[in-house]
Design a binder for this molecule. Structure first.
Ligand code: ES4
Ligand code: ZN
Length: 326
């Protein structure tokens, strides 16, 4: 079968990747040692065995605990360099990287420590391997509107190092409307807007992300298939969905990968893309997401081409970069 080879060799953009979700167990142990921290796990294998999730929240608890080994600018730099090197091997030409500043500032790590480390990694990776990368600041939706505004304030001096903002963490019970005023302010600042919606939450949260937050892309969005009017709107406006098949499988959104609805989304004319979300926790980087979802659901070469095209079209790269990829 030549399809897996095509999927791996195909140029692509990755638009849904949490940098804290690329923290491999080995790096958690290495950073804990470097920073003089004690972990509640005796070994890499013991830590990995905690990666058996039943839903989004059961994952987030482990993910935030893992991120607590990140303290210094060099830690964020090393993390992002490792991801970008790994992504380049998967033929990722462009990556838009989410980061969660509130999980770090809550531990006393300064906003500029986080952003400067990540930004320097993006700049060096660009010079050394040609991969382009941009940073998207995500607000944690389980925290308050006031905390999001405070976070935006802290990022003010670093505005030029961020392409946009997103919304992540526990979805259920935290509808997009909670952050309408924060996103309106971000829009005034010229930031690009995305939000996680319809991962576990209902189609109403996707409507809310579009209408209350005015986002340009929906992260996940797989629950849209339960609302025909929403499907028509997403197709008509070419609102991209950044779909993460292995994440959806590991978090039991689809108990079997063969049940994944990526094909249904594409065949309805939606601008779906394939991404890795938190690859250190979900068992694979972007090419693994492509090869496994294609094998499980019978997608074709035409779908592969469409997904790669969608990823570049939906990216926030400049028009000069987009021309260079044609
Ligand atoms: C996340 Cl899979 C997922 N969903 C929501 N928020 C997140 N943060 C990191 N991974
Ligand atoms: Zn995500």
């Amino acid at each position: 079968e030549r399809l897996p080879g095509l999927l791996r060799a195909m140029p692509k953009a990755e638009l849904h990747i949490h940098i804290e979700g690329t923290l491999e167990p080995e790096m958690i142990f290495a950073l804990a040692q470097r920073n003089g921290l004690r972990l509640p796990y005796a070994s890499v294998q013991e830590l990995r065995s905690a990666y058996a999730f039943s839903n989004l929240q059961s994952f987030l608890d482990v993910y935030y605990a893992g991120a607590s080994v990140l303290l210094h600018e060099q830690d964020f730099y090393d993390l992002a360099r490792a991801y970008l090197a790994r992504a380049a091997r998967d033929k990722v030409l462009h990556a838009e990287i989410f980061f969660d500043p509130q999980t770090h500032t809550a531990r006393g790590v300064a906003m500029e420590t986080v952003v400067n480390g990540l930004h320097r990694a993006c700049a060096d990776a660009r010079t050394e391997s040609g991969i382009s990368a941009a940073l998207i600041l995500c607000f944690l939706r389980h925290l308050s509107e006031a905390s999001a505004f405070e976070t935006l304030e802290q990022a003010g001096p670093l505005r030029d190092r961020i392409v946009g903002v997103g919304l992540d963490s526990s979805e259920q019970g935290h509808p997009p409307e909670k952050f309408a005023r924060v996103f309106a302010r971000c829009r005034e600042l010229g930031l690009r807007l995305v939000a996680h919606a319809g991962e576990e939450g209902p189609p109403a949260y996707i409507w809310g992300a579009l209408d209350a937050l005015k986002v340009e892309r929906i992260d996940h969005g797989v629950q849209a298939v339960h609302d025909a009017a929403l499907m028509r709107r997403l197709a008509q406006e070419r609102i991209a969905l950044t779909v993460c098949p292995l994440s959806n499988h590991r978090l039991r959104v689809f108990p079997e990968l063969a049940q994944h609805n990526l094909r249904q989304l594409l065949d309805a004319g939606l601008a779906a893309t394939v991404n890795s979300d938190d690859p250190a926790y979900f068992g694979g980087y972007v090419n693994e997401n492509f090869t496994q979802v294609f094998a499980a659901t019978g997608l074709t070469v035409r779908h592969a081409y469409q997904l790669a095209f969608n990823s570049f079209e939906a990216s926030f790269a400049g028009t000069a970069e987009k021309r260079a990829w044609e």
